[in-house]
Ligand binder design. Sequence first.
Ligand code: NAD
Length: 447
Amino acid sequence: MRLTVIGTGYVGTVHAACMADLGHEVLGVDIDAERIASLSAGRPPIHETGLEEILTRTMALGRLRFSSSLAEGAAFATTHFVCVGTPQRPDSKAADLRFVNAVVDGLAPHLRPGSLIVGKSTVPVGTAARLGRRLAATGTDCEVAWNPEFLREGSAVQDTMCPERLVVGVSSERADTVLRTVYGPMLQAGIPYFSTDPATAELVKVAANSFLATKISFINAMSEVCEAAGADASLLAGAVGADSRIGPQFLEPGLGFGGSCFPKDIRAFAARAEELGAGAAVAFLYEVDRINTRQRRRTVDLARRILGGTVADRHIGVLGAAFKPGSDDVRDSPALAVAQALRDGGAAVRVHDPEALDNARSAHPDLAYALDVPKACEDADLVLHLTAWPEYRHLDPADLATVTRQPLLLDARNVLDEPTWQAAGWTVHALGRAKAPATGLVRGEPS
Ligand code: NAD
C-alpha cells in the first residue's frame, strides 16, 4: 500500500520507517525543511534503537522518502497518517490543535476521492468527528479515523513493530478495512486489534496515559507520607507492587514524570472533560499533576537541605538530562527542571547525559555540560542522579569519589544500589526516606 505520514517528529519518523519496513511505500511529509533534508540523508531527528538502520534500509529499497509538500503527499496516496504535535495551549491547559487543523485544511483541496485521514496525534475526544465535519463541508467523500499511538520513547521501534495492541476508531467498514490492510502483518502475528468508534479510540489514549500518570503520582504521594512518618518509600513500593493486582511497573518513587506526553495529556484531558460537563469525574488529574510537580521542588529542597540550607556557590554534578532513559528527548524533563532550579539558586551545575546533551544545551543554554560522568562530578559538593540511565547503575562509586569534593549523593530515582555506594564511602540520600538532615527543610509546601 501507499501511505503518507504527515509530521516526521518522534511519532511520525518511527511510524514512517516501520510502515516502510512492513512493506508499504511511504512518503514522510513535514513543514520543517531542515528536518526533511536531514531525513532524506538518512539521519533521524531522534535517538531510538534501530531507527537509523530501518530508515537507511527502507530508503535504499526505495520504499521510503521524504518531502515538504503536503500537496505531493495528498497526490501520493489515499491513506494519510497525521502525526503532528498537540502541545498544551499557551493560554490554558487544553490541547493546541492548530497543527492538526492545518494539516487537514492543507490536505483537503488536494485529496484524491475516497481518501482516509488517520490521526495518530493525541487529541481531545471529539476531534475526529469535528475534523470529519470540516472535511465534509468541502464537499469531499473523504473520511477521518483515529488510530492513537502508544509507543514509548526509548523503545519506539519495538513498540511500533510489535505493539501490545492496535486501537482504531472508525466510522465506516471501508476505513476499518483500510486499517486492517495497513496493519495486516501485525494482525496475522496475533496482535490484538480493537476497532471502536472514533471517540472511544481517542479516549483510550488519554485514559491509558492518565492511569499511568496516576500510578506514578500515587507512589510519590506515598513517598511524601513515608518521609513524614519515618518509613522507606522504596521498600513500601516493592511490597505494594508485589500484589499482582497492582504490579511493580510505574510504582517507583522518585522525581516523577515529564516529557512531551503525560503532563500535557492529563491537563488536556481534564480540560476537555470540563467542556463536556464531566470535569468532576477527572478532577483528580489536577492533583496527580500537582503531586508530580511537587516532586521536582522536593528534590531541589532536599539538595538544599543536604548542603546545609543553601546551594549558592556549591558545585553540583547532575547525572541525566533526558526526561527518561533511552531517549534524547528533553521536553519538560524533570532532570533539567531540577538542574535549572539549582542553577537559579546560585549553584554551579554541570550536567551529563549519554544521549541528550545537544538537546539539553539548546533548551537550557545557561547550564554547563560534560561529556563524561567524572567531568560532570569534578569538585562536586553533591551528585544528583536525576535520569535512570542503566549506565549510571554500573558506575564505580569508589572511582567517582576520587573526583568529587565530598562523596554526597542524592538518588532522586531511587535505583542506585545504596549499600555499594555506602561501602565506597558515599552518604546517600533519596526522596521518600526520612534520614536526610533537617537543616533548612520546610515541611509541607516547599519554597
Ligand atoms: P514532534 O513535535 O516530535 O513532531 C511533530 C512534527 O510535526 C514536527 O516535525 C513538525 O515540524 C511537524 N509539523 C507541524 N505542523 C505540520 C504541518 N502542518 N505539516 C507537516 N508537518 C507538520 O511530536 P511527537 O512527539 O512526534 O508527537 C506527535 C503526536 O503524537 C502528539 O500528539 C503526541 O502527543 C503524540 N504522541 C507522542 C508520543 C511520543 O512519545 N513522542 C507517543 C504517543 C503519542
